[in-house]
Design a protein. Sequence first.
Length: 300
Amino acid sequence: MPFHHIPVLCTEVVAGLVVRPGGLYLDATVGGGGHSAAILAADPTAQLVAVDRDPTALNAAREHLAIYSERVQFWAGNFAAFDLANIDPAIFGLGRRFDGILADLGVSSAQLDVPERGFSFRHEAPLDMRMDPDQDLTAAELINTASETELADIFYQYGEERFSRRIARGVVAARPLQTTTQLVEVVFRCLPRFSKRGDHGRIHPATRVFQALRIAVNQELKALETFLQRAPDWLNSGGRIGAISFHSLEDRIVKHRLREDERLKVLTKKPIWPQEAELEANPRARSARLRLAERLILDQ
């Protein structure tokens, strides 16, 4: 299946990063390349480094950004492991820093829509959930080897699941679990009748458990913490950093790290949400929120 992902808050990202002539930008989670294409289209001299840990996404981005190939470098890996030393001087010159950095967090619709990757509870598939298919840990290994206490903590801390202990107990009793549908069945059996429609019918009952497992398998919050600690040092004075989050755990980290960082000035006291027209065109954007900060003057 082609990697197709609709970028959210695209207009707001380009405006928030203030794309400028000759500027260098980092798309730390390039996905299908939608945000990167908008940044590169905003100025014919803008340059960009595109990063992603998912090789399928990176290949899709190469195709999508082919018309800008002379202005783009692709780098495969986790954004938390990126460094200024990874910027190709043959493309951008020596000693470059970024004028803007973007991280579009979490799982993409393209990943959710490929059943065999195991991210979605809506399809029968192996419990995989790896963003980087080369890493060893899968959701199946985690769900089948972690202790009941460890699973309960994962479901509660990463999914904010109030029935975490009950579900963890049910998972351990039903092991081994190998498929998404097996896990969904366990979650349904463990929930009290009144909660099986989700939060007043708004979300699927297994949503929080699947989110928690995905975050744990990919160490998403740890990587985000590391990225936000390191990224301000990659910016020029006046350069901007933006992060799009999709749930409260991510947003809480972004909000506090940007606010507490003495290298940054927060530009968004409240997050920027999608406009109604975008939500009508892409309902999956409904939970997206963008926060921005600006790099203060670099030490001389």
